[in-house]
Design a protein around this ligand. Structure first.
Ligand SMILES: [Zn+2]
Length: 1145
């Protein structure tokens, strides 16, 4: 009780400080308000508006004040509660109103919220992939006809009591872009597949077919007539045609972020709901190069009960075949129960083509691919061609095929066999339909008519197979027949030492562009939906609701298309890459317009003043990418001394945030003001044209913005000689040719004795003569850490098979990057940030430290501009080396969703130890964790204890024999963006951690990652003599207050209308509760949010928007739970991603 009183006193003290500082702020507001007559309007009116603004300002302060008081009250209550529960660390809870408060209070997560991470790992599935890798020898012996497997034997009477049940499943694998563009494939192949499907399936109701890529189906649908549409519907109803997965594409599973994986799934499922009314229930992923448990989780959450995967390491397939674990319940590593279990079938053999799907012997199976009959264009590479089935040979051919099916069935636990029948772009010619179906029908007729064969064979779809499998399994045993498996299936190898770890990095330019597009799409979705609601409320007809919804849909589809396993992977032809890039760029530009128009409506004071133009917007993004293969550039804002330029900055994150905003202006004499006229401390830095020359026309102004959650906030930029801005200073090493512009202090350091160093209140960094990081001091405990950054090259082997778009086949260990000349180094020192820039021949490497108190100052930002267009057969890597005793363990994320522990295995070749990283990788020992956070997907590894390395670009001159038929040498000047975060750990049990198959980032790490993936978006208000003057709100938070620290608003996605074209009244609110680890020394430092055990009161979420209804839904909106009803409180479990249908007013 005594303690709780102390906290009350503490709370009151904070309260007093807040009141006092508010008083000061108000007072300053008076002093700093622009004096003299205003330029526009008559004098009294100007005064009136000033008065109005002051009242607004006061009101806002009052509201903030109330909130601060209620927060303090809450925190005091929380504290006294937790004091009663037992002692705990630093005091605090969220403060929503003040940047100062938020940055100085060290907050802590609710102790109950820390339990999840500490409990995880206590689960023991039957099969843990990390353990499987210990068991497998990876010796690759010759297995005979099944080269990567073994000889399969069976007894003739094995099916006497229960016959073999075979499902032959015809399918066609259609890549939405690879060797041809999406449109060209459609024109040349896919449309004929659909057309023939309608004709040929109708001929016999026993014929079946499967489809998965909705991007193609939707394109075809738009050009066919109603009878054809009806025919498709009746095929679906009759079960002859099944839609499997039903995403916009069959996405890659290594490089996409879960935002985009979900989005393309929703896009596909929404299309199906509207046009066909079908709900897929089985997942079909036969071509992605390795498989992620994130995909299994998303399918489960979307309501799927089964899934199939194919490209898994050949040695794993063999091991699973021996153990009969090819069919399993896939459970998430982090799942403490069994809620994430989904039935998964792993195909046992080398490929999904017909030679590798009927059984172990491709020489036999190939003879049952009747497209390869003699006389056609295709043959069988194993030397024996197929024979057309006739009464004369049907007995022997049936025997031969049945032998393969029986052998295949020996690898599984039931007597149901799945025999896929298809390949890339198959069934495009009607002759193929006849050849395949007619020959198989004869074989079926024969087999089914011979009781002694003990077989029942038919065409089927994937769900037909799974249904039969479930029935058979239910008959067989009381408890589940199938094992539980946890873990992932990276890194894939299809043969020998051919590991598919190259594509984690291939075409990194577009991997970065993809991530920018994701953040932009999310922003456009959220702002559009809320603007739409305001437009409806205030009857603003000028808001382009329908055209914007159309472009939004196109953007969803272009992003969806890019998640395809030959798009984001960087494994398509050069011109197909250009096609994807052009689509992304077009959508980026159109999203900028939606964002500008929507933000403008939301921030306008008088909504009736809203104006819009079809081709222009009043709020313009400050960045622009001019072509699909160039880096985005900042626009230069033209300032004047008379009229301020208005900057509207959007915080796309669901927590209030302090972050540095940098924009380009045309004068070094620039003043930054808040909307109410308070000056904001700013840094003016030079814009460098290149290594040596400073721009005479553009300057960068940077300031710390404090913006509420999903908030828009107005700042003013004014040209002013009496500016409070601070010029950055420059110190140059090994650089003699610099042309100065007379404004900045530029000092040439010829023989500098002191080391190059920068620091802020959290960190001090030291660099070597090349500007590469050497040493870090954490000010938390004043300890020094040797953390070195270096660059390396990997070459490619001189054996027959060499690295290409898919494969990484290095010539040995990475070799240190050697620059022909000592790189020049530029040190920038400023009030807001300091940075070191080194100019190497192939990389411009920049390390920046922000001088801010919040989260942004606690890590260093690293950006690399990579240009390897002058080299041949090299891959460039950034390696971070430290004294952290990580041994052979490291951690990488999967799809930005979860962390997968990894082990560097010396029994595997180097390239097998490279893994995909979407957002982060880290190493740790009992005392520290060193994280590399990323703003794009790339390949990553830890080749030795204490190291993390990331692949930045690769240039390979040859094909790697996986069908692409070219190297990857269309390299661009590519930007990679990272943050390096060093954290002190507390109370770690190393032995337990070594055994555990699960690990979590800290809250700080999650937040730091969000700075990279969802940065502030500055927009500039158009100012032309002709444009009208608009009054804007000083700020407009879309949320009432920050969401809990661990809850991420994945999307607020306007749902399509079920009947008409366009949008409905509802949106899909997608939320993710992140898992996090609390065992760090200052886990809450700089956070301005708290955790709530996953609870959120919905009516209080949105600011100025009432929640009319909120109904839980499956992830992709296909299903509504039977017990679903309108709810007011959301409760999410740790790691859960959930979708709700929300209706706002
Ligand atoms: Zn494919």
């Amino acid at each position: 009780m005594k303690l709780s009183r102390q906290f009350t006193v503490f709370g009151s003290a904070i309260f007093c400080v807040v009141i006092f500082s508010l008083y000061l702020m108000l007072d300053r507001g008076h002093l700093d308000y622009p004096r003299g007559p205003r330029q526009e309007g008559s004098f009294p009116q100007g005064q009136l508006s000033i008065l109005q603004e002051k009242i607004d300002h006061l009101e806002r302060l009052l509201a903030e004040n109330n909130e601060i008081i209620s927060n303090i009250r809450d925190s005091v209550i929380n504290l006294s509660e937790s004091v009663e529960d037992g002692p705990k660390g630093a005091p605090g809870n969220a403060s929503h109103g003040s940047a100062h408060l938020s940055s100085h209070l060290a907050l802590q997560a609710d102790p109950k919220d820390c339990l999840f991470a500490s409990r995880s790992g206590s689960q023991h599935p039957d099969v843990q992939m990390l353990d499987v890798y210990d068991l497998i020898p990876f010796d690759n012996p010759d297995g005979g006809v099944w080269k990567q497997g073994f000889d399969i034997k069976y007894e003739a009477d094995e099916w006497d009591s229960e016959p073999l049940q075979v499902f032959v499943v015809p399918h066609s694998h259609n890549d939405p872009g690879w060797l041809k563009t999406f449109n060209d494939y459609f024109r040349d192949k896919t449309q004929y597949i659909f057309n023939n499907m309608v004709l040929k399936l109708k001929e016999d109701s026993r014929r079946k077919f499967m489809w998965s890529e909705i991007s193609y189906l939707a394109k075809w649908w738009d050009m066919i007539d109603i009878p054809k549409k009806e025919a498709v519907k009746s095929l679906l109803q009759g079960g002859q045609l099944e839609i499997v997965t039903g995403g916009w594409v069959m996405p890659d599973e290594a490089t996409p972020h879960y935002f985009a994986l979900i989005d393309q799934l929703i896009e596909g499922h929404q299309w199906l709901e509207k046009n066909l009314g079908v709900k897929p229930r089985s997942g079909w992923s036969i071509d992605p190069f390795g498989h992620s448990p994130t995909m299994a989780y998303l399918l489960k959450r979307a309501g799927f009960s089964h899934m199939l995967i194919q490209r898994v390491h050949y040695a794993v397939k063999k091991h699973f075949s021996l153990q009969k674990t090819l069919e399993f319940f896939w459970r998430q590593n982090w799942d403490l129960g069994s809620v994430t279990d989904i039935m998964c079938h792993m195909m046992p053999f080398y490929s999904y083509d017909i030679p590798h799907t009927c059984g172990p012997d491709p020489k036999i199976c190939c003879q049952f691919d009747f497209k390869r009959l003699p006389g056609g264009r295709y043959g069988c590479p194993w030397g024996v061609p197929p024979e057309a089935i006739s009464p004369g040979n049907v007995q022997s051919r049936a025997q031969m095929l049945l032998d393969q099916y029986r052998k295949k069935s020996k690898l599984f636990r039931t007597k149901v066999v799945l025999a896929p029948l298809g390949d890339d772009f198959r069934f495009n010619e009607y002759t193929e339909w006849d050849l395949q179906y007619r020959n198989y029908e004869q074989l079926f007729n024969y087999m089914n008519s011979q009781p002694h064969l003990k077989v029942k064979i038919q065409f089927g779809t994937l769900s037909d197979y799974f249904d039969a499998l479930e029935k058979a399994a239910a008959k067989k045993s009381g408890q589940s027949l199938f094992p539980i498996l946890s873990g992932d299936f990276f890194t894939y190898a299809d043969r020998d030492d051919h590991y598919w770890s190259g594509y984690f990095t291939s075409r990194p330019f577009y991997k970065r562009m993809d991530r920018i597009m994701e953040s932009r799409l999310r922003t456009a979705e959220i702002l559009y939906h809320l603007a739409l609601k305001q437009a409806q409320k205030y009857q603003i007809n000028k808001f382009l609701s329908s055209p914007h919804y159309t472009t939004l849909t196109e953007a969803r589809r272009n992003l969806g298309l890019f998640q395809h396993h030959d798009a984001i992977t960087g494994t398509s032809k050069d011109w197909v890459v250009v096609d994807y890039g052009t689509r992304l760029l077009q959508s980026l530009n159109s999203l900028d317009k939606i964002i500008g128009d929507s933000a403008f409506l939301l921030i306008l004071k008088d909504k009736k003043m809203y104006q819009s133009h079809p081709s222009d917007t009043f709020l313009k993004m400050d960045m622009r990418q001019s072509s699909q293969d160039s880096l985005p550039r900042k626009n230069t804002i033209q300032l004047s001394a008379r009229e301020p330029r208005y900057l509207v900055v959007y915080n796309p994150f669901e927590q209030e945030r302090d972050s540095v905003v940098s924009v380009c202006v045309n004068s070094a004499s620039v003043k930054v003001l808040t909307d109410s006229g308070n000056p904001v401390e700013a840094q003016v830095s030079a814009v460098w044209n290149d290594e040596k020359s400073i721009s005479q026309t553009a300057y960068e102004v940077s300031f710390l913005a404090h913006i509420p959650p999903l908030g828009l906030k107005v700042y003013k930029l004014l040209e002013s000689q009496s500016s409070s801005s601070h010029l950055a200073d420059y110190f140059l090493y090994n650089n003699d040719g610099v042309v100065e512009n007379g404004i900045f202090h530029v000092k040439k350091m010829v023989y500098a004795k002191e080391a190059i160093a920068v620091e802020n209140s959290f960190l001090a960094l030291w660099f070597d003569r090349s500007g590469l990081l050497e040493k870090v001091k954490m000010k938390e405990d004043n300890k020094y850490h040797e953390i070195k950054v270096q660059f390396l090259w990997y070459g490619t082997t001189n054996k027959r098979d060499r690295s290409g778009a898919y494969l990484f086949l290095p010539d040995g260990q990475g070799q240190p990057y050697v620059s022909l000349r000592q790189p020049s180094v530029r040190v920038t020192r400023g009030r807001i940030y300091s940075e070191i820039t080194s100019f190497f021949d192939h990389v411009t490497h920049k390390v920046r430290l922000y001088n801010t108190q919040g989260i942004e100052g606690q890590s260093m930002e690293v950006s690399n501009i990579v240009d390897i267009r002058s080299v041949h057969n090299y891959e460039i890597v950034m390696r971070i080396s430290s004294k952290i005793n990580s041994q052979n363990r490291f951690y990488t994320d999967l799809n930005g969703y979860q962390i997968q522990p990894r082990r560097m295995m010396s029994k595997l070749p180097l390239q097998a130890n490279v893994y995909p990283m979407s957002t982060m990788a880290y190493i740790q020992d009992t005392e520290h964790r060193l994280s590399l956070l990323a703003a794009q997907s790339l390949g990553v590894s830890s080749m030795a204890s204490g190291q993390i390395e990331v692949f930045m670009d690769r240039r390979l001159m040859q094909d790697d024999n996986r069908g692409l038929g070219q190297g990857v040498h269309d390299n661009k000047v590519t930007a990679n963006l990272f943050r390096i975060l060093l954290e002190k750990r507390n109370g770690v049990n190393l032995e337990e951690e070594k055994k555990s198959s699960v690990n979590y980032p800290s809250l700080l790490s999650h937040m730091t990652s969000s700075f990279l993936n969802h940065p502030f978006l500055p927009m500039i208000l158009k100012a032309e003599p002709s444009s009208p003057t608009f009054k804007m709100l000083s700020e407009f938070p879309l949320l009432q207050s920050s969401l809990p620290c661990d809850i991420h608003l994945v999307n607020l996605r306007t749902i399509q209308s079920k009947v008409a074209k366009g949008y409905s009244d509802e949106a899909a609110l997608i939320l993710h509760r992140k898992g996090f680890d609390c065992q760090f020394s200052s886990p809450g430092l700089g956070l301005s949010c708290s955790t709530t055990q996953g609870k959120m009161s919905v009516p209080k979420v949105f600011n100025q928007f009432a929640v009319e209804s909120l109904i839980p839904s499956s992830l992709s909106l296909m299903h509504t739970p039977p017990e679903a009803r309108n709810m007011t409180e959301i409760k999410l479990s740790p790691m859960e991603i959930s979708t709700f249908r929300i209706r706002l007013r």
